[in-house]
Design a binder for this molecule. Structure first.
Ligand code: G3I
Length: 321
C-alpha cells in the first residue's frame, strides 16, 4: 500500500501533521511516520512565543530549528505556528509590567526576529492566532488591550516586511462552518483587507471535538473566504467523541468524517489539510485539563502504536480516486 505522502503528492494536495521536537529527536518510529506519510509539518509548540522566549532578551531556537531542519532534510514545507497569540506566552511575560509602547516594540521585535530567522525555511505563517472570542467579539488579549484591533494590521505588516514571499494566515478554531464566530472572523478579515493589510489566507483549525461541523457548511464557509480573495487551509484537524458517547463503530464513523472533510477540501480547492498530531498517543487532548471526562482520546490517523487507522485509509482513498 502506497503511503499517504505519495498519494497526496500526486494529487498536489498537502497533508500534514503538527509535530513535536523531542519526539522527532528520540522516537525513531515517530520520525519515520512523519517522514513517510506527510507532505508538510507544523510545529505544535516550538514556534510559539513561550517556548521561544525563555527570558526577555533571549531566544531558544533549539526545538524550532530541529523541526525546520528535519523538514528541510525531507523536503517538507513548514507551517509556522504562531507569531501572535494570547496563549502560551512566556511566564516572565505574564508578570512583566510594560507600557503599551513597550509591548508594541516587543511584539515587533519578536515577529521580525522569528520570521527573519526562518525566512528561507518557513513559507507559511499563522501570523495571528485566535483573535476572535467564542461569541464573535474581539478577544480581549494583552495585544488587544495595548493596541486595539490594529495589532493584527501591524503583525501582518511586520511579518511581510521581513519576508514578503511567505504566505500569511489568520488562524482560528470554531470558525470552520458558517456560524456566529466564523461570521465575525469573516468580518474581521474583510476589514483587514479593506485596510490593505497583507493577509493571504485563513486557517480553519477544525478541532472536531464532540460537535463535528457539517461538511456542507464548511464548504459554504470556505467559499465565502475564497470570495474575499483568501486561501483557505485546514490547519489543526482532529476528530473526537464526547466522553461516554463513544459508539461501537467509532473508528468507522471517525473515518467517514475524515473522508467527508477531505472530499470537501477537494471540492472547494482547499489544498492543505494538517492533523493536530501524528499518533493518538501524541494528541494534545490527553494532556488537556479535563481529559478523559470530556473527549475520547483517539482523534488522529494513526493509533498509539503507529498503525494506520480506518481514518487513515479513508483519507488516502479519497486522495487516490
Ligand atoms: O514542554 C513543557 C514541559 O517542559 C513542562 O514540564 C510541562 C509541564 O506543564 O509543560 C510542557 O509544555 C506543555 C506543552 O503543551 C508541551 O507539551 C504546556 O504546558 C501545554 O500548555 C502545551 O499545550 C499546548 C497547547 O496548545 C497550549 O495552549 C498543546 O501541546 C498544543 O497542542 C495546543 O495547540 C493549540 C494550537 O496551538 C492552537 N489551536 C488549539 C490547539 C489545541 O489547544
Amino acid at each position: 500500500d502506497r503511503p499517504l505522502r505519495a498519494v497526496a503528492g500526486e494529487r498536489a494536495v498537502d497533508v500534514g501533521a503538527a509535530v513535536d521536537a523531542d519526539r522527532l529527536r528520540t522516537d525513531v518510529s515517530y520520525r519515520a511516520l512523519v517522514r513517510d506519510e506527510f507532505t508538510v509539518v507544523t510545529a505544535e509548540n516550538a514556534l510559539k512565543m513561550g517556548p521561544l522566549r525563555p527570558a526577555p532578551s533571549t531566544y531558544d531556537f533549539a526545538d524550532a530549528d530541529a523541526i525546520v531542519n528535519f523538514a528541510r532534510a525531507h523536503e517538507m514545507p513548514v507551517r509556522g505556528h504562531t507569531l501572535v497569540w494570547h496563549n502560551q506566552t512566556p511566564t516572565w511575560f505574564q508578570s512583566w509590567d510594560y507600557t503599551d509602547d513597550q509591548l508594541r516594540r516587543f511584539l515587533r521585535e519578536h515577529v521580525q526576529t522569528v520570521v527573519g530567522r526562518y525566512r528561507r525555511s518557513v513559507g507559511t505563517w499563522d501570523v495571528v492566532n485566535e483573535a476572535v472570542d467564542d461569541d464573535g467579539s474581539m478577544r480581549e488579549t494583552v495585544w488587544y488591550d495595548a493596541m486595539g484591533e490594529e495589532y493584527l494590521d501591524r503583525a501582518f505588516e511586520w511579518a511581510a516586511e521581513v519576508n514578503p514571499d511567505a504566505d500569511r494566515y489568520y488562524n482560528d478554531y470554531g470558525a470552520d462552518a458558517v456560524n456566529e464566530k466564523s461570521d465575525a472572523v469573516y468580518d474581521l478579515l474583510g476589514r483587514l483587507l479593506d485596510r490593505g493589510v497583507p493577509v493571504d489566507g485563513v486557517g480553519l483549525q477544525l478541532h472536531a471535538l464532540g460537535d463535528w461541523p457539517d461538511p456542507d457548511s464548511i464548504a459554504e464557509n470556505v467559499r465565502r473566504f475564497q470570495d474575499l480573495g483568501l486561501d483557505v487551509q485546514i490547519t489543526e484537524m482532529d476528530v473526537a467523541f464526547p466522553a461516554g458517547e463513544v459508539p461501537h463503530d467509532a473508528a468507522e464513523r471517525q473515518a467517514d468524517y475524515y473522508r467527508e472533510v477531505v472530499e470537501t477540501c477537494l471540492d472547494t480547492g482547499v489544498e492543505t489539510l494538517v492533523t493536530w498530531g501524528v499518533r493518538d498517543g501524541d494528541t494534545w487532548l490527553r494532556a488537556f485539563r479535563d481529559f478523559p471526562e470530556r473527549f475520547s482520546g483517539d482523534p488522529l490517523l494513526f493509533d498509539d502504536r503507529g498503525q494506520r487507522k480506518p481514518a487513515y485509509d479513508a483519507v488516502r482513498d479519497v486522495l487516490s480516486t
